[in-house]
Design a protein around this ligand. Structure first.
Ligand code: PLP
Ligand code: COI
Length: 364
């Protein structure tokens, strides 16, 4: 169902070809933005309306806008990939649309239909296509960030009657500057990311705010990221602040923590569970105690560990540290063989170098 059509107001001073090439040569992650952005408004009485593509720039919000006080906000993360023939594609956008609708229900925000969600990406790409990095064999892409927030000016605590949806886009290189160098993870004893009945399964800003103290503690202890455990027993592995986790056993099982209600259901995670079968691995979703990680790397039962998500793709995980202890890395200095094989398989599909037999790609 489509509620929105998008009118476009082009910016008068778009970036020059030379400036874009300069950004593409060294995009970083999340630091440069394209010339335009999408915006649309929802009101309780009027539904979704006023879809626009406008010049990228500051937004006007009242200081009393509900999102600034009560964090009624959700977002998505996806990428646009340029194929060898110049065409531009995105990966499983229906899954992002469905997840955004689930997040919206949890945060009492209005749902946006799949057609409007995908339509908004196409409307932005129609004017900013040149910002998708060239197909040069590198892992560059255009990161797309749809988001929705309570823009109503009102300090009472209730679901907002006015909501804004927006999409911004940012040329992206690798999320971690170290490339395939394994990331070191920290187990925080004090901080959880999400709890039972909370918002952990939704992609909402508050989850990321709540992950930062644990991440900071990890950095202070020489790690790159924190791994969060379940808030009830502190014994079960959930995920990282922005990625899901996988473990490869010596018997060829590819194990990931089952969806507990407080884990984000990653689209990369679900894709890897499917791709595992192509690589003769057995995908397993189950509870994974943190003790199993500590014991498994010592006994040789766990042979590779990696984290996955749209921004970071697949990143090898190295040493695990906690207050007073550590477990050594497995898989070698550039990630294990299977980690690299799954990573290549996924990237080959996304960049159009391998057949998209599951129909995961949508042309933008
Ligand atoms: N877990 C969290 C908390 C995330 O923020 C992300 C990133 O979006 C993921 C997992 C991976 O999800 P996806 O593969 O859909 O990007
Ligand atoms: C993503 O992988 O798209 C994420 O949203 C993770 C992080 C950048 C928040």
């Amino acid at each position: 169902m489509t509620d929105l059509s998008f009118t476009t107001l082009r910016r008068e001073d778009p970036a020059s070809d030379a400036r874009r090439a300069e950004i593409h040569a060294n995009p970083g992650f999340g630091v440069h933005f394209t010339d335009h952005m999408v915006s649309a408004t929802w009101t309780k009485d009027g539904g979704w309306h006023d879809g626009r593509v406008v010049p990228y720039g500051p937004i006007q919000l009242m200081p009393s806008a509900a999102v600034l006080h009560y964090a009624q906000e959700i977002f998505e993360g996806m990428k646009a990939y340029r194929h060898e023939d110049g065409s531009v594609w995105t990966f499983r956008p229906e899954a992002n649309a469905a997840r955004m609708a689930r997040s919206a229900r949890r945060l009492a925000l209005p749902e946006l239909s799949e057609a409007d969600f995908i339509g908004s990406l196409k409307a932005l790409l129609a004017v900013d296509e040149a910002w998708v990095p060239p197909a040069d064999g590198s892992e560059a892409s255009l990161y797309l960030r749809p988001f929705m927030y309570a823009s109503e000016s009102f300090l009472g605590v209730r679901p907002a009657n006015e909501v804004t949806y927006s999409v911004i886009a940012s040329p992206a290189g690798p999320y971690f500057a170290g490339g395939l160098k394994p990331v070191k993870l920290w187990i925080s004893q004090d901080y959880a990311r999400a709890g039972a009945g909370g918002t952990g399964a939704a992609k909402c800003g508050g989850n990321y705010a709540s992950s930062l103290a644990g991440q900071l503690e990890g950095i202070e202890n020489g790690c790159d990221q924190a791994v969060f455990l379940d808030s009830g027993t502190h014994e079960l592995i959930e995920e990282l602040g922005g990625m899901n986790l996988f473990f490869l056993t010596k018997d060829g099982e590819l194990v990931t923590p089952e969806l507990s209600g407080s884990i984000l259901e990653g689209i990369t995670r679900s894709s890897i569970l499917e791709l595992a079968k192509d690589l003769d691995l057995t995908p397993v979703e189950r509870k994974v105690p943190i003790q199993e990680w500590k014991d498994g790397v010592a006994s040789g039962d766990i042979v590779e560990i990696f984290a996955c998500g749209t921004a970071a793709v697949i990143t090898p995980v190295g040493e695990l540290r906690w207050e007073g202890g550590s477990a050594p890395a497995v898989g070698g200095p550039e990630g294990g063989e299977v980690t690299r094989a799954i990573r290549s398989r996924l990237l080959d599909i996304q960049y159009g170098r391998a057949e998209d037999s599951r129909g995961w790609l949508t042309r933008l």
